[in-house]
Design a protein. Structure first.
Length: 203
């Protein structure tokens, strides 16, 4: 009896995890994408991909955060989400976690489309990379070890902010490869670093 009760408790904890909930949304959206793609790839693009002009299909602001270009794309984002998500959710509420994830993901997507549009044709984007990078940035900036290191450095407030952005740029370059939305990665990571410094998600 005791063993069965513990299993239910463990299952309840996992079911209430915003990380697991987000992963479930990934999977549901991906299945829907595949079904729609069988009917029309153009329709799937219009429903899930954030592309300029954003005002024409505003729902893609949110839909694109949870959609993915393929199995490998989905798995890579899911793995990082599982690694950092459980740590971040320990210091916040379910709703704050989801709001942060969606908000950072949408801002990262908009930044990718807008900035690439300034230097050429705006690049369509989809995927949770910006949001996942936001969680990673938050985890990095919002922990005691980082506080100790940054506090030890003889830097002023502006210099510390510059250091955070330099760190975001470095992390972005590490993910550079053809087809990767580098602007979205940088934006998500930078927003996560700034949010972590002010403990935005802490209850």
């Amino acid at each position: 009896m005791s063993y069965q009760s513990n299993e239910r408790d463990s299952g309840g904890i996992l079911a209430g995890s915003p990380t697991i909930q987000t992963l479930a949304v990934f999977l549901v959206v991906f299945v829907v994408q595949q079904v729609v793609s069988l009917v029309s790839r153009q329709l799937a693009f219009g429903l899930f991909v954030l592309a300029p002009p954003v005002s024409v299909r505003p729902w893609t602001l949110l839909a694109s955060v949870y959609a993915h270009a393929g199995v490998a794309h989905l798995v890579s984002n899911a793995v990082v989400l599982l690694v950092v998500g459980f740590a971040v959710e320990r210091v916040t509420t379910t709703w704050r976690f989801h709001a942060f994830f969606a908000g950072v993901g949408m801002l990262a997507g908009v930044a990718q489309v807008a900035i690439t549009g300034l230097v050429g044709r705006g690049t369509p984007v989809l995927g949770a990379s910006g949001a996942v990078f936001g969680l990673l940035g938050y985890l990095l900036a919002g922990n005691p070890v980082t506080d100790a290191v940054v506090g030890w450095l003889p830097l002023g407030g502006r210099a510390r902010v510059a250091l955070l952005f330099a760190l975001a740029a470095g992390a972005t370059l590490l993910t550079a490869s053809p087809g990767v939305a580098l602007v979205a990665h940088f934006t998500g990571f930078a927003l996560g670093l700034l949010a972590g410094r002010v403990r935005l998600l802490r209850v």
